[in-house]
Design a protein around this ligand. Structure first.
Ligand SMILES: [Zn+2]
Length: 54
């Protein structure tokens, strides 16, 4: 399976679960860039959050 990544407008490349920050308190989890807090599109975040550096 191809690895997903997302380049945030702040310049951070999000590849792994720890690059995301989960936004709590909502029924559907939303995810943000850990560096700047910009929301990450859900479809991309769903892939990234399953990825870990190995
Ligand atoms: Zn960012």
């Amino acid at each position: 399976m191809a690895r997903a990544s997302y380049t945030c407008p702040c310049g951070a490349v999000l590849r792994y679960k720890q690059d995301l920050e989960k936004e709590p308190g909502t029924t559907v989890p939303s995810w943000k860039c850990k560096d700047c807090g910009t929301p990450v599109p859900g479809t991309v975040a769903e892939k990234i959050k399953h990825q870990h550096p190995s």
